[in-house]
Design a protein around this ligand. Structure first.
Ligand SMILES: O=C(O)CCC(=O)C(=O)O
Ligand SMILES: [Fe+2]
Length: 330
C-alpha cells in the first residue's frame, strides 16, 4: 500500500492533533454538510471560555464621530486562552479560497478573495433541529414557524449548522455584550499572512435588516482595522454648522490594532455610514483568524454568505506538518 493510501486509511486521532495536554480525546461535531468532523473545544478551553463574559473588563464605547457606535473589548478573551483557541480553530475548520465573477459594466471580472473564508449558520426563517436520540449528523433544517423540513431547493447551497466550537464562542460573545442580540451566522476569515486582506466595505446588506449589530472577534496575529466615513451626501452638506464635522470625516481613517482576544462590536448606524478594511501588512508572516457574528433575517442572506464564503472550489485544511493550508483530497 502506498504511503498516501495508507495514511488515507489511518485517520489521525484527535489526541495526536492536540497533544498539548493529556486530556481525554475530543468529541467532534459532525454533519452531512461538513467536509470532515470538526473537533469540539477541549475542556481546557471550553471551561474558562464559559466564564469569560462574567470576568470581563468593561468595554470602551467609541461614539465620538457621527454615526459611529463601537464597543471595544480589549481583550474579551485573555491572551493564553486566545492563543490556544486560535490554534484549535485553525486546525479544525474547513476553509475555502473563493473566486467569483462580477460584471463591471459589460465586462466580466474574475475576483479572487484575498484570504481564506468559511461560514456556518442559517437565517431567521429556518433552524436546525436535532433528534436527541439520533446521530447528531442527522440534524435537519426546518422552517422556524411551520417546523416542516426545508426543501433542498430552498437554498442555492445547503446551510451548515454551527459546530460546537463556534457555538460556544457565539454564546460567549452574546453573554459579554448582553444586549439581547442573538446571532445566527458565524463568518470566519483566515489571513494566512500580511498579504491577505479585506478591502474597504460595509456590512449593510438588506438581509441583515436595518442598523445590524455585528460582533467581530480577533485571534492570532494583530492587524490594523481601518474605518472611514462613507462619502458625505448632499443632505449632510446642506446642514449649517457642520463644516467642521465634515472636515473631521475627511481626515485619515480611524485605526485600531486588533489584537488576539479583542472583540469589536459595530452597532447602530455604523454599517450604514462607515467603511472598514484590513489592509495588507508587508512582511508579516503570521496568521490571523477573524470571526464575525451576525444575524441574517431572510434566505437571501444565507445564499449570499455561502456563495461568497464557501463557494464551489476545493476545501483547505491547516497542515501542522507543512505549517500552511493544504487542499484536502476528494
Ligand atoms: O478581519 C476583520 O477584522 C474584518 C472582517 C470583515 O470586515 C468581514 O468579514 O466583513
Ligand atoms: Fe466587514
Amino acid at each position: 500500500m502506498s504511503k498516501r493510501i495508507q495514511s488515507f486509511f489511518t485517520p489521525i486521532p484527535n489526541s495526536k492533533r492536540h497533544k498539548l495536554t493529556d486530556e481525554a480525546p475530543l468529541t467532534t461535531s459532525r454533519h452531512a454538510t461538513y467536509p470532515f468532523p470538526i473537533a469540539d473545544l477541549p475542556s481546557r478551553i471550553a471551561k474558562p471560555l464559559a466564564n469569560v463574559a462574567s470576568n470581563k473588563t468593561p468595554p470602551k464605547q467609541i461614539a465620538n464621530k457621527p454615526h459611529l457606535d463601537l464597543l471595544y473589548f480589549q481583550p474579551l478573551i485573555p491572551a493564553p486562552l486566545a492563543r490556544d483557541l486560535f490554534q484549535v480553530l485553525r486546525d479544525e475548520l474547513p476553509f475555502y479560497r473563493v473566486a467569483y465573477t462580477i460584471c463591471r459594466g459589460a465586462t466580466p471580472t474574475q475576483i479572487a478573495t484575498p484570504r481564506y473564508t468559511t461560514v456556518f449558520g442559517v437565517d431567521d426563517t429556518a433552524q436546525f433541529v436535532a433528534d436527541p436520540d439520533a446521530d447528531p449528523v442527522s440534524q435537519v433544517l426546518v422552517n422556524r414557524t411551520s417546523d416542516r423540513p426545508i426543501p433542498s431547493t430552498q437554498y442555492q447551497r445547503t446551510p451548515r449548522p454551527l459546530p460546537a466550537c463556534l457555538n460556544a464562542l457565539r454564546q460567549c460573545v452574546e453573554a459579554a455584550t448582553s444586549d439581547a442580540t442573538r446571532y445566527n451566522f458565524c463568518l470566519v476569515n483566515y489571513y494566512a499572512s500580511g498579504d491577505d486582506s479585506i478591502a474597504y466595505h460595509s456590512d449593510d446588506e438588506r438581509f441583515l435588516g436595518a442598523n445590524p449589530t455585528i460582533a467581530s472577534l480577533s485571534l492570532g496575529a494583530s492587524r490594523d482595522f481601518l474605518l472611514k466615513h462613507k462619502p458625505v451626501g448632499a443632505q449632510m452638506q446642506r446642514k449649517q454648522g457642520e463644516e467642521e464635522q465634515q472636515e473631521d470625516l475627511e481626515g485619515p481613517p480611524l485605526k485600531f490594532q486588533l489584537a488576539p482576544g479583542d472583540l469589536l462590536v459595530m452597532r447602530g448606524e455604523t454599517q450604514a455610514n462607515w467603511l472598514h478594511s484590513i489592509p495588507k501588512r508587508r512582511g508579516s508572516q503570521q496568521g490571523r483568524i477573524n470571526i464575525t457574528f451576525r444575524r441574517a433575517v431572510v434566505p437571501a442572506g444565507t445564499d449570499n454568505y455561502y456563495r461568497y464564503n464557501v463557494g464551489d472550489g476545493p476545501v483547505y485544511r491547516w497542515s501542522r506538518e507543512a505549517g500552511e493550508m493544504r487542499k484536502t483530497e476528494g
